[in-house]
Design a protein around this ligand. Structure first.
Ligand SMILES: Cc1cc2nc3c(=O)[nH]c(=O)nc-3n(C[C@H](O)[C@H](O)[C@H](O)COP(=O)(O)OP(=O)(O)OC[C@H]3O[C@@H](n4cnc5c(N)ncnc54)[C@H](O)[C@@H]3O)c2cc1C
Ligand SMILES: NC(=O)c1ccc[n+]([C@@H]2O[C@H](COP(=O)([O-])OP(=O)(O)OC[C@H]3O[C@@H](n4cnc5c(N)ncnc54)[C@H](O)[C@@H]3O)[C@@H](O)[C@H]2O)c1
Length: 446
């Protein structure tokens, strides 16, 4: 225990990566810690985010690879969605139980319920009060609901990740990360998928020439894209649901997924009463120390308005920074590295650091593009689409990267140190990679 005035040194509200990853190291330094969790210990990523999605995606990826190589790996591969879902439950459902056991083994407390501040050192959970020297708001995001008549008839990403049977037809609102990934899963699992676009661009933050190739592939697989859909209403019909959109147009489907974004969990927590400032869309306002407008209260992960990508590695990095700050190991502001992101479509798209568009608009950078589908390593598994772009600064250090390919996730992951350690040519040469490997295939262009 570091203080003798409060019940805890640090209370984390939320138990996801923005909380646990740093807390587990802090508690080893003698800090008394508690987590408050209203749904499931571990939060979004393991339970209804990354891990859950990827468990369902791996068989889909395998099936798609088999289709590409069906002249060699013969057979009519089909996804059994129900079995896929059972495998997801088998792998995922125990994570929250094991995570809570780990927390308790390490000496940290887990308080179940919804936390509300009563003053800047006290929270109330299910009628009990808990005090702490410092508090970290790590409450994450929750699905947005489009503001149309009948919006309650649509489902969210959590519902999708628990579907026992794949519906025959599905309308998906949006063309962001979740919409594009889940469309890929649903389409390969037999659903007739229609994407209802907010504008005319998918995956807005990514390099559009690559995104267009992904959309084309999805269209080739039978997914329909309706640009500028302008949705008016959802209603129940005899066999499912009707989406009213555009100029008196109708779409009849068995299931509607609203993937129109995610919004910060900042409401009903008493933040206004104690002076913690937030923005309804961006989240809790923080300074460069992740400190809120109240000195002893911090925010971490998806809910913190840092302008960083709302991803698990960001949450882990912020949680780790707070560990160093609270333990007195740093008094410096948080210094974010370039954070890689990937959309798990087929092919996938990944990017980090300076984007191609930013580089093209400046004379500070050069862009080197590579047509990787010609590489024998990609040809071996018959990858049709594989391209990447490397962005270099004036000293020819790598500062950005983007790739479209089935291995774009692994390709970017190998290149992360080259970007974030600002490696020069000599340092790059000292990194010898396995051969053959995606790492070798990606570093050889540097
Ligand atoms: C479908 C989906 C797929 C994703 N896929 C990826 C991916 O492949 N890669 C990637 O990097 N990122 C992915 N993400 C994003 C990633 O899951 C998040 O960035 C990450 O989980 C954020 O962690 P966090 O700790 O900030 O928030 P969360 O993990 O959301 O944790 C917040 C926790 O706080 C709890 N909580 C909220 N309010 C209160 C309260 N008042 N009292 C008590 N508890 C409260 C919530 O129940 C929740 O458990 C995905 C997200 C989704 C939804
Ligand atoms: N692979 C990954 O790392 C991964 C996967 C899933 C989610 N995530 C994280 O979760 C976050 C949320 O994902 P998401 O897909 O929900 O959000 P998103 O911001 O990526 O996409 C939202 C989509 O909804 C559309 N939209 C917005 N308002 C709309 C409206 N009123 N009507 C119709 N469409 C509308 C947008 O144009 C966009 O296409 C992401 O930003 C990301 O940080 C990451």
């Amino acid at each position: 225990m570091q203080n003798n005035k409060y019940d805890y040194d640090v209370i984390y509200i939320g138990s996801g990566h923005a909380a646990f990853d740093g807390a587990k190291k802090l508690c080893k330094k003698g800090f008394k810690i508690a987590f408050v969790e209203v749904v499931a210990v571990g939060g979004t990523c393991p339970n209804w985010g990354c891990n859950a999605k990827i468990t369902l995606d791996l068989p889909i990826t395998l099936a798609k690879k088999q289709h590409r190589m069906s002249d060699i790996v013969e057979g009519d591969t089909k996804i059994n969605w129900n079995a896929n879902m059972k495998n997801k439950h088998a792998g995922i459902d125990s994570i929250k139980v094991n995570r809570e056991a780990t927390m308790k083994d390490l000496g940290m407390d887990v308080i179940h319920g919804f936390a509300k501040f009563t003053n800047n050192h006290t929270i109330e959970v299910a009628g009990e009060h808990y005090t702490s020297d410092k508090l970290v708001i790590a409450t994450g995001l929750t699905p947005n609901k489009v503001d149309v008549q009948g919006t309650e008839l649509s489902h969210d990403s959590k519902d999708f990740l628990n579907l026992d049977e794949m519906p025959k037809s599905m309308a998906i609102v949006g063309t962001g990360y979740i919409a594009m990934e889940f469309a890929t899963l649903a389409n390969e699992s037999g659903a007739d998928v229609t994407m209802l676009m907010h504008g005319d661009k998918a995956l807005r933050g990514f390099y559009q020439p690559y995104v267009k190739q992904i959309v084309k592939e999805m269209e080739n697989d039978g997914i329909k894209f309706i640009k500028n859909a302008d949705i008016h209403a959802f209603s129940q019909s005899d066999n499912g649901y009707t989406v009213n959109y555009g100029d008196k147009k109708e779409l009849n489907v068995e299931w509607i997924l609203d993937a129109s974004g995610r919004v910060p969990m900042v409401h009903n927590m008493g933040l206004e009463d104690i002076g913690v400032k937030y923005d309804d869309k961006k989240g809790v306002i923080v300074n460069e120390y992740l400190q809120t407008s109240v000195d002893n209260i911090y925010a971490s992960g998806d809910v913190a308005a840092t302008g960083q990508p709302k991803l698990t590695p960001t949450a882990t990095f912020e949680s780790g920074y707070l560990k160093h700050l609270f333990a007195g190991e740093t008094d410096q502001p948080i210094d974010f590295p370039a954070i890689p992101s990937v959309v798990f479509t087929s092919p996938r798209i990944s990017q980090m650091g300076v984007s191609v568009d930013e580089a093209a608009a400046s004379d500070q950078y050069t862009i080197e593009k590579h047509e990787m589908a010609r590489s024998w390593f990609r040809q071996a598994t018959k990858e049709k689409i594989a391209e990447n772009a490397y962005i270099f600064d004036q000293e020819h250090r790598l500062v950005g990267f983007t790739e479209i390919s089935d291995q774009a996730d692994n390709a970017i992951d190998t290149i992360v140190p080259a970007v974030n350690m600002h490696m020069n040519e000599e340092e790059i040469e000292r990194n010898v990679h396995l051969f053959p490997s995606i790492g070798h295939d990606t570093w050889k262009n540097l």
